[in-house]
Every structure is written in structure tokens, then in C-alpha cells.
Design a protein around this ligand. Structure first.
Ligand code: AMP
Length: 212
């Protein structure tokens, strides 16, 4: 199954995406994580992406597409994947559809996780992230210094600071939110209420994807 998770930063795409992948037995592919690794390892793509990411802006489509196509060509993505953070623009969505159709595939479902803006800002400004597995933890409820899953030291992302958060939400509204309509017109959009506990939201998500 090929699923896209759509929603603003902080809506829970990472947490919910990882759980959905465990449930479906397919990989979780998050372009933000791939880009952070590229920046950390100072690859050519990382060097091109870094300044955009620090400013909360989108990395140019051609740079992200190159990274995504390489990832999708790995054997574990052959039977499906959950995409988190991609596509973020209509040209990215068109490019994804084109490259899947070249190999006889298509997107099966696009889940829009819906949460009010103030909840999103609150979640982003209080989250700690694991640089290894991409899991995030709410610092207000639970403040581990190491990832309970793999022991890596957690950190606050540079772009989880208030001014960059606001910029990322503006970018979402202007460039990514139109994808809801794009996928609605193609009969692929499933809307899910993203407010609630992790298990509760996951249950809604699994149900929506399985009953699509
Ligand atoms: P995320 O971890 O999904 O919040 O992404 C972090 C940052 O990586 C974003 O603010 C963008 O700068 C960049 N990024 C991630 N995915 C994409 C994408 N599909 N297109 C453009 N930029 C992206």
C-alpha cells in the first residue's frame, strides 16, 4: 500500500506514520529526516538544503525529488510505503504520480491529519526529537534525555523555535494545503481528526486506511 500523510508540521505525522508502518509492515519515508541526515553528513544535497531548512522554507523541488527517488528505489519500498512530509507542493505531487506510474503503481490513499493551529504550535515548541529514529516526545508530559527506543540523545530541532514555527505554518498554508484539494479531486483524500491521544488517533488512521 502507498500512503501519504498530509498535514502541518506538528500534527503528528511522524508519530502516527511510524505506528502505521509497523502495523502495515512497510517503511516510513520522511523527507525531513532524509534531509536532516544529508545536512548532518554534509552531502551535496545537504549543502543545498541547509539554508532553506534553517529558515523554515521549502527545499527546492528538484533537490527533494532526487533524494526521494533514490529512497523509493530501495528494495524495502517496492511493496509500499508511508510518505511523511512529501509531497509538499503540487509539482512534487505530479512528479510522484509520474514516477509511480512509470513502474505501474499509484498512490492508494492520502490521509489529511487535521488539528487546530494553536495545538500544533504548542506541540512543536515543546517537542524533543531523536536524530536516529525520528521519534518525537512531548517535553511537557515526559522529558527523557535519551530516546527510550534506541538510547540516542534527544535534541530540540533548530526549526522548532517560535519564529521558524510560524514561518513553517505559513509555508504549509500557502504551498502544501492546496494538496488537500488536489487529492480530493482525485478521490484519494481521507480526513482524520488528529486531536486526541496517540492510540486514539492511530485507531482512526488505521480504520480510515483499511476501509478506504
Ligand atoms: P519536516 O521534518 O517534514 O518538518 O521537514 C523539515 C524541513 O525539511 C522543512 O521545513 C523543509 O525545509 C524541508 N523539507 C522536508 N520535506 C520537504 C519537501 N517535501 N519539500 C521541500 N522541503 C522539504
Amino acid at each position: 500500500m502507498r500512503v501519504i500523510l498530509l498535514g502541518p508540521p506538528g500534527v503528528g505525522k511522524g508519530t502516527q506514520g511510524l505506528l502505521l508502518c509497523e502495523h502495515l509492515g512497510i517503511p516510513h519515508i520522511a523527507t525531513g529526516d532524509l534531509l536532516r541526515f544529508a545536512v548532518k553528513w554534509k552531502t551535496e544535497i545537504g549543502k543545498k538544503a541547509q539554508s532553506y531548512m534553517e529558515a523554515g522554507e521549502l527545499v527546492p523541488d528538484d533537490v527533494v525529488l532526487e533524494l526521494l527517488k533514490t529512497r523509493l528505489s530501495q528494495p524495502d519500498a517496492k511493496n509500499g510505503f508511508v510518505l511523511d512530509g512529501f509531497p509538499r507542493t503540487i509539482p512534487q505531487a505530479d512528479a510522484l504520480a509520474a514516477s509511480l506510474s512509470e513502474i505501474g503503481h499509484h498512490v492508494d490513499a492520502v490521509v489529511s491529519l487535521e488539528v487546530p493551529d494553536d495545538v500544533v504550535v504548542q506541540r512543536l515548541s515543546s517537542r524533543a526529537s531523536c536524530p536516529t529514529c525520528g521519534r518525537t516526545y512531548a517535553m511537557k508530559d515526559f522529558a527523557p534525555s535519551q530516546c527510550p527506543s534506541d538510547g540516542t540523545t534527544l535534541f530540540q530541532r533548530d526549526d522548532d523555535k517560535p519564529d521558524v514555527i510560524r514561518k513553517r505554518l505559513d509555508v504549509f498554508r500557502d504551498q502544501t494545503a492546496p494538496l488537500r484539494r488536489y487529492y480530493e479531486e482525485r478521490g484519494l483524500l481521507l480526513k482524520i481528526d488528529g486531536v486526541g491521544g496517540v492510540d486514539e488517533v492511530q485507531e482512526r488512521l488505521v480504520k480510515a486506511v483499511e476501509n478506504r
